[in-house]
Ligand binder design. Structure first.
Ligand code: FAD
Length: 314
């Protein structure tokens, strides 16, 4: 993109080129909107070698999926730059500041910046995340079915996670880690027992890795439990600073603060839509792509109506 291009106003700038942003861009390009995607290139599922549960794309690599998406948007004249948006201001239109220098202008904005996973600080977890340290049984449960699972108590949802993963293996150990046994309710204990989940108190000191694979979980007292899969509950850190800077109303949840949006993803800031993990931690790839589509379609109508109204008003 040269300086002249940058000074021209885009119909839409999409911040983030994951499933949500690229899906929005595809719809916008096909609707003949001048669209720019700015993408920092760090999609959330990058640690995984495969992506599951997206009909017709089940098992594809996350990188391959996004590469296809980038090819598809290019066919409709959508531009994509590898850069990071550091600031956005709203005047008559939006002024979008890029990290590498330069500024672009847009009539409408889609924020599809995803979220980051803050992992529990147990040695070995970060290194193995997305391989045999997992967070989502819907994403990876089938591939590791019937293996010996561990679940690390690391979030308010950990009991739920220990129960859920028992759908994929009957050999589940729930490591209480820094949670006292007394914190579990009677209902928790009854359900864990009914699901056949072993509850093991004591802090987890580290993961045991042998031949490049998870082999076990070692507690602080030195005992080791042989496990080939460990589920953890990362803390979601939604990447919503641009929305906050624009003054979007946010909704505090136990899983982070997300923008208040209407069913199309329109935030409380006129002209600003959001989609994907930027609006909710549970948005899977298929939801993110669908959210991007909905936001884009709404913008096409919104831009058209404002052009028509401007023409009527003279
Ligand atoms: C290990 C792992 C495995 C997973 N496996 C599956 C699976 O098998 N199936 C499934 O459906 N889901 C899976 N998920 C969930 C999946 O990652 C999300 O559903 C999906 O990534 C959401 O898409 P998104 O477009 O909202 O965000 P992302 O894919 O995270 O894309 C956001 C993009 O925005 C960019 N960005 C952020 N801020 C800026 C900025 N300021 N300027 C420019 N660009 C920016 C980022 O760099 C990134 O490229 C998995 C998640 C994890 C962590």
């Amino acid at each position: 993109m040269n300086e002249t291009d940058r000074n021209e106003i885009h119909d839409v700038v999409v911040v983030g080129g994951g499933a949500a942003g690229l899906s929005a861009a595809l719809v916008l390009g096909r609707a003949r909107q001048r669209t720019l995607v700015v993408d920092a290139g760090e999609p959330r599922n990058a640690p995984s070698a495969h992506m599951q549960g997206y009909l017709s794309r089940d098992g594809m690599s996350p990188a391959g999926f996004l590469a296809l998406g980038r090819e598809e948007i290019a066919r409709y004249g959508v531009e994509l730059v590898r850069d990071r948006v550091t600031d956005v201001t709203r005047g008559e239109d939006f002024t979008v500041v890029l990290e590498a220098g330069g500024v672009v202008r847009a009539r409408r904005l889609i924020v599809a910046t995803g979220l980051k996973d803050e992992l529990p600080d147990v040695p070995g977890v970060a290194e193995r995340f997305g391989q045999d340290v997992l967070h989502c049984p819907f994403c990876h449960g089938w591939e590791v079915r019937d293996e010996p699972f561990g679940v690390l108590a690391s979030s308010a949802m950990s009991v739920h996670q220990a129960l859920m993963v028992s759908q994929w293996s009957k050999n589940v150990t729930f490591f209480l880690h820094r949670v006292a046994e007394e914190e579990l309710t009677d209902q928790d204990l009854r359900r864990l027992a009914a699901a056949g989940v072993d509850v093991v108190p004591g802090e987890v000191a580290e993961l045991v890795v042998e031949d490049g694979r998870l082999a076990g979980v070692r507690l602080a007292d030195g005992t080791t439990h042989a496990r080939s899969v460990l589920f953890v509950g990362p803390r979601p850190l939604p990447q919503t600073s641009l929305l906050e800077r624009l003054g979007a109303e946010m909704n505090e949840t136990p899983f982070g603060a997300y923008p208040v949006v209407d069913p199309t993803g329109l935030t409380t800031v006129p002209g600003v839509w959001a989609a994907g993990n930027a609006i909710g931690f549970a948005e899977q790839v298929v939801h993110a792509a669908s959210g991007g589509y909905r936001a884009a379609a709404a913008i096409v109508g919104d831009l058209l109506m404002s052009r028509l109204d401007a023409a009527v008003d003279g």
